[in-house]
Design a protein around this ligand. Structure first.
Ligand code: NAD
Length: 502
């Protein structure tokens, strides 16, 4: 109204001048976000746009921005992430369970076992204000378990990710006990004791006599038959698998494992509580390892075979790291502990892991695993002793060592997983292809910018993958290379795995 000269923001250079000729602003920022954004194009392109805004005339800056934006929008990373956004939402929809299925109101949750998983599982509930009763077999184990939970909360508070008074508030919601009878007023009990079928069956038999009618009885088993566990109770309709991932207070994925007899209410309740405790759930069926671990077993088997053929742990790991995983299978084993499930008495020197354990290697925890770890920095270095052990083991098995290319490593790690994913779909273990992607992105570090294994397979081309699988089946043999009839059919028809649904 006053006809003042209107200054266009585009013509104002004062703020920009301050940062011009300071390339370290950009390089420092790149370094700061490098770990978090590794593999993603968009964060780097954003930085380039701002660099252009600083260094170039306004119109040219706009051109750079438009060009980079268009490239991203039309590129595979954007397509994968848009696809994934809808995949996660689709995973909540269970076609045969009506929307108005009544839910069990979970006002109190029980957790059995305060080990690696139990403590983390309890935290998920306390974090959203649901009281938890956690039961251990003795006071010592209970104290140790609750101590770990407290430390986790204290660490979060010291980092500022939860308010300081939240430590006591959340610990106050967790009640420890050594008596399962304290589960009597729980609406849901999640069992997280050792992975042992006989133990789990006897525990579920006991829970059956303690828990109130209608309570959800869940097992956190990684691979065991949920139907067999359910059969040890008089109410198999109340039993379900709730497979959390380690660390259970951090990892987003929850595989909800539907038993043959799990009721609609129990399935719907497990899916709903997953959302409430901020997990991303996928409903899967009963089979060895469910969706995630079953596919992982295939990758692990092939990784071990390639070690014998001459690839090194570091080479195999770096192929997966470069693909976008946070780490490869051998770094992961070292982190988890090589001796998980290993016993000296029964060790028979029949796998690389066993011979490493037998030679005193336990992984990161004792500084020696597939790699050797620096005591202070925990940096991993390949170890010639490990390579020699593997070589001697291969010679003993009559396996000839050779150079294995990175491309072969990638195909042999990922294609058996795709094949297994297709078998999982064919058997109805997963409802839809995209659910498998939800499992892998949230539970196993599959890079979201590659959409998940089913989306990625479609983008490589199913015909190409099927042809390679058939070729490997001939040269290598083994059940996991026998092609899935569904994969073969989709490859022939030009179909897609990501949109397949049962
Ligand atoms: P863990 O050994 O760390 O903890 C098991 C706990 O159960 C121990 O503290 C033990 O004292 C307690 N326990 C054993 N028998 C008991 C009983 N009768 N009553 C009460 N407490 C008892 O094991 P974990 O790694 O936490 O695994 C627990 C379950 O979770 C297993 O079924 C495992 O397969 C599954 N799981 C583990 C992971 C993982 O990465 N660790 C991931 C997903 C699922």
């Amino acid at each position: 109204a006053e006809s003042l000269p209107l200054a266009k923001v585009r013509d104002r250079a004062d703020k920009v001048a301050e940062v011009k000729d300071h390339p370290e602003i950009f390089s420092d920022f790149r370094a700061e976000i490098a770990r978090r954004t590794r593999g993603f194009l968009a964060p780097e392109y954003n930085i380039r746009c701002i660099e252009a805004a600083v260094e170039l005339p306004f119109e040219e800056g706009l051109d750079v921005e438009r060009r980079l934006f268009t490239e991203l929008m039309n590129g595979p990373q954007s397509a994968a992430q848009r696809y994934y956004f809808f995949a996660e939402r689709a995973a909540n929809k269970i076609p045969d369970i009506p929307k108005d299925t009544p839910l069990v109101d979970i006002q109190k949750c029980g957790v059995l076992g305060a080990g690696t998983m139990g403590g983390g599982i309890a935290m998920n509930f306390a974090n959203v204000g649901i009281p938890v009763t956690i039961v251990e077999r003795d006071e010592t184990a209970l104290e140790r378990g609750l101590g770990v939970v407290r430390k986790n909360y204290e660490r979060s508070a010291s980092r500022g990710s939860i308010p300081p008074d939240a430590v006591e508030e959340r610990m106050g919601l967790i009640t420890g006990s050594t008596d399962k009878a304290d589960f009597a007023d729980c609406d849901m009990v999640i069992e997280a004791v050792f992975e042992d079928m006989e133990l789990k069956k006897s525990i579920f038999g006991e829970l059956d006599t303690i828990c109130k009618p209608g309570a959800v009885l869940a097992s956190n088993t990684s691979a065991l038959d949920v139907n067999e566990i359910a059969a040890s109770t008089s109410r198999p309709e109340s039993v379900i698998g709730m497979h959390f991932f380690s660390p259970a207070n951090v990892m987003k994925l929850l595989e909800v494992v539907r038993g043959d007899k799990s009721s609609d209410t129990v399935v719907a309740t497990a899916m709903a509580i997953a959302k409430k405790i901020n997990k991303v759930a996928a409903l899967v069926g009963v089979c060895n390892g469910f969706v995630g671990n079953r596919m992982l077993f295939m990758r692990g088997a092939e990784a071990e075979k390639m070690l014998l053929e001459g690839a090194t742990p570091a080479q195999i790991d770096s192929v997966l790291y470069d693909f976008g995983f946070p780490m490869g299978p051998f770094s992961m084993s070292d982190l988890a502990g090589l001796d998980i499930g290993w016993k000296e008495e029964t060790s028979s020197g029949s796998t690389v892991r066993e011979i490493l354990c037998e030679s005193g290697r336990r992984g990161q925890k004792n500084g020696r695993g597939y790699y050797t770890y620096d005591a202070e920095t925990r940096a991993a270095t390949p170890d010639p002793e490990v390579e020699a052990l593997i070589k001697a083991f291969a010679v003993g098995k009559g396996v000839e060592q050779r150079e294995v290319s990175d491309q072969e490593i990638l195909e042999r790690l990922l294609y058996p997983m795709i094949n297994e994913g297709a078998k999982i779909l064919d058997e109805g273990i997963a409802i839809r292809g995209s659910d498998i992607d939800v499992v892998w992105v949230n539970g196993y570090g599959w890079p979201v910018y590659r959409g998940g294994p089913m989306h990625w397979a479609d983008s490589v081309g199913l015909a190409e993958i099927a042809a390679k699988i058939n070729r490997y089946a001939q040269s290598l043999g083994g059940k996991h290379w026998e092609i899935s009839p569904l994969l073969a059919r989709l490859a022939d028809e030009g179909g897609r795995l990501q949109t397949f649904s049962n």
